[in-house]
Each structure stands twice: as C-alpha cells, then as structure tokens.
Write a protein of this length. Structure first.
Length: 246
C-alpha cells in the first residue's frame, strides 16, 4: 500500500484507538476515480493527491472533531509545526514544563464522506465557500477557483487547500508556499484581513504547511498525552474522548 494512503487509513484507525469512534463507524470508501474526475471537471479544480487519499480511505459521517490544540494557534510558529510534524505523542509529553505548549480543547469541522453520494459534502463546502466569496468586494474569481474547502477551522470559517501549492514545494519557513489556508467567516474585507492582495488575488491566511499536519493534529491526536498531563497538573478530570465527536 502506498505510504500516503496508509497514512490516511491509519488516521481513522487512530480515532478508533483513541476511543473517539468505533470501527463500526467506518466502511471502505466507495469513492472512485470517475467520481473524482467528474468533480474536477464540474468545478474546474484539481483535487490534490493527499485529499484523494483521504476521500478513498473510508466512508464516514463525522462532521466535527475535537482535539487538544496549542493555545491561540494561528500558524507560522516553526516550533509548533516541528512538534506536530516530527515528534511523537510520547516525545511531546516528555518536554520540560517550560518548553511544553499550553493546550486547549478545540472543535473543527471535518470533511464527511457518506456512503450515499460520497462527494456531496465536498460539493456543498465548495459551493458554500464560493458563495461566501461572492459577498466579498474585489475578489479575482480565477484565483478563487484554486481553493478547495476540506474543513472548518475552530468552527469559525472554511479551511481550504490552496491547490496551486503542491506538497512537494512546501517550505515550512515560507508560509506563501503552504497548502492549507483559512478564511474567517465573519470577515468580509479580505484585503484588510490579508486574505487577498490589492489586485484581488486570493491568498487566504496560511495555517498549516500541508493537509497531513491537520490530520496529525485532529486524527492522530499528537497532543493527547501532553494534554492529559496538563489536566493532571491542574487537578482537572481527564477528558472523555468519546465525546470529542459530532
């Protein structure tokens, strides 16, 4: 099995291992190459390989997940990116107290893949994002077409893949090359917010270098053990992760 497909399949297995879902919540995906091609043709967009791997992993109806997330995370923090991308949950939990990242529970919308019409949620997200952009003045529509919504960051706005930026060309030190961008759904002055330049070319707010980083955070739960340690140190009850699902 290709390592990238294995990464995505294992992401769902980790949700089971962490007690968030049951294995009965998953069935092998019925997304086909033909469905992908039809979607791309209809919406004039190319779905990145890593998103196709996600779509072809399992059918599921997960709409939201909760995870332990670094407080006030807004991207562009190289230390946090290193922790999520390169360290195990055990290694993160063993960090010195002064170095350890403070965490909070945070909900984010997840791309559903229902068995019946499996790309329905992706279509709805894309149409919703483009409709939202229609209410923003000065947007260059051609530049908008490259954004593919794959979630909803902190339930506060669409999380999109910038399909112009390939995973192979991502430079962690250069947010302009990052794949995953965010748009606050309450923000309508995109130039003021930094979501587009003065010519109307849409850029979004760089949030994650790639889609797999978001998966590590929400599916693999890289901060689970550190968060449990944090709760114990604060004499708080450990989280019931079976409730981290909608």
């Amino acid at each position: 099995m290709d390592e990238h497909i294995a990464f995505m399949k294992n992401a769902f297995h980790q949700l089971v291992e962490r007690g968030i879902i049951s294995k009965d919540d998953l069935t092998n995906s019925n997304v086909t190459d033909e469905m992908i091609k039809e979607f791309e043709s209809e919406f004039d967009i190319v779905i990145p390989t890593e998103v196709i791997d996600y779509l072809k992993s399992y059918n599921h109806t997960i709409s939201m997940l909760c995870a332990a997330v670094p407080d006030d995370y807004i991207g562009e923090d190289s230390d946090i990116i290193h922790e999520i991308n390169d360290m195990t949950s055990d290694e993160i939990a063993e960090m010195d107290e002064e170095e350890a990242t403070y965490l909070s529970e945070c909900w984010s919308g997840i791309l559903q893949i229902p068995k019946e019409d499996p790309l329905k949620n992706l279509k709805e997200r894309l149409l919703g994002f483009r409709e939202y952009a229609d209410s923003v003045e000065g947007v260059n529509e051609d530049s908008l077409k490259r954004f593919l919504p794959v979630g909803d960051w902190m339930s506060a706005g669409p999380l999109c893949i910038d399909t112009e930026n390939s995973k192979e060309n991502v430079d962690v030190e250069d947010p302009d090359t990052w794949q995953v961008k965010w748009f606050d759904h309450e923000e309508f002055d995109w130039q003021e917010a930094g979501y587009m330049d003065e010519d109307g070319r849409v850029t979004g707010l760089a949030l994650f270098p790639d889609f797999e980083m978001f998966i590590r955070l929400y599916f693999y739960g890289v901060y689970d053990k550190l968060y449990d340690k944090q709760m114990k140190d604060e004499d708080e009850d450990l989280p019931d992760r079976s409730t981290w699902l909608q």
